[in-house]
Design a protein around this ligand. Sequence first.
Ligand code: NAI
Length: 332
Amino acid sequence: MAEPIRVCITGACGQIAYSILYMIAKGDVFGRDQPLILHLLDIPPMMGVLEGVVMELADCALPLLVQVVPTADPNVAFKDVSAAFLVGSMPRKEGMERKDLLSANVKIFKVQGEALDKYAKKDVKVLVVGNPANTNAFICSQYAPSIPRENFTAMTRLDQNRAQANIAAKVGVPVENVKNVVIWGNHSATQFPDVKNATVKVGNVEKSVYDAVGDSSYLENDFITTIQKRGAAVIAARKMSSAMSAAKAASDHMHDWWNGTENGKWVSMGVVSDGSYGVPKDIVFSFPVTIENKQWKIVQGLTVDDFSRSKFAVTATELLEEKEEATAVCKL
Ligand code: NAI
């Protein structure tokens, strides 16, 4: 058996954590032969609930789970961790403006960035799920200067999975037949789900999604808005936000970061922009990436037309605004 690795999950009493803890602890993310020590962080008033989560994990009797460390202290939570899922954040309450929410959450990610900087392994892989995920990831990395910026990513995999499932249903094929759908930009309603370079296997023939769907108006209108508003549609139906699918997406994201992407396939991740495709530098923007040896690389040379560029501009502008607001909050 390998040596155990330490993995932190924040927001450990929340609904996403309730699904993802089981996925991680049974080996879906880091492998079925990788023992784990799980560090569970939540806020002090939730410590009683956290005890219940720890009891349930024990009662799952999972062979890979060596130890569980429940805590309300970020310094304990991030000590020696190799991977961190930053899920915990403040939910939007009635009457709360987007700005208030951003301000509350950015402060959490500042504190956690500082704690990661001091206590985590220097090659820790940090996945930010808590919203506004892209900007939280940016802030977190700013406050962890001893850890490479590339080690902070934001989750847009749920949007990718939603887009892939939508196309599969439209064409009438299994979801794994759809490949290389891209989410560009922010994990928000300004994101751009793009199938210009995506393919789908119909029977034994690999076709472009545009050819297989045969309806470019759908792909450039309803498809985009459906994916952009899917989170709101789930809330309207379930009266709670996406949790099982968000947990599955976080597990997919970290799995691919840890293990690499398959040949010829790419995945979408919010990563720090290097200016590729004309996107402004130094914002956490979702790009298509390939991964090898735990290092991601932005896929270059994809078809990007004027339509795509106009969509990039909208979502990049939102991210620049969020960055400005978040930076101002942190300096207060
Ligand atoms: P939840 O409200 O069920 O759980 C959040 C948990 O975080 C609570 O237990 C809370 O006590 C804890 N928490 C709050 N502040 C904390 C702090 N400073 N440190 C540690 N824990 C803290 O929320 P849920 O449904 O689990 O969602 C979590 C976040 O994920 C939300 O921000 C949500 O908007 C976001 N989300 C992101 C998605 C994405 O695609 N990027 C998809 C779905 C949700």
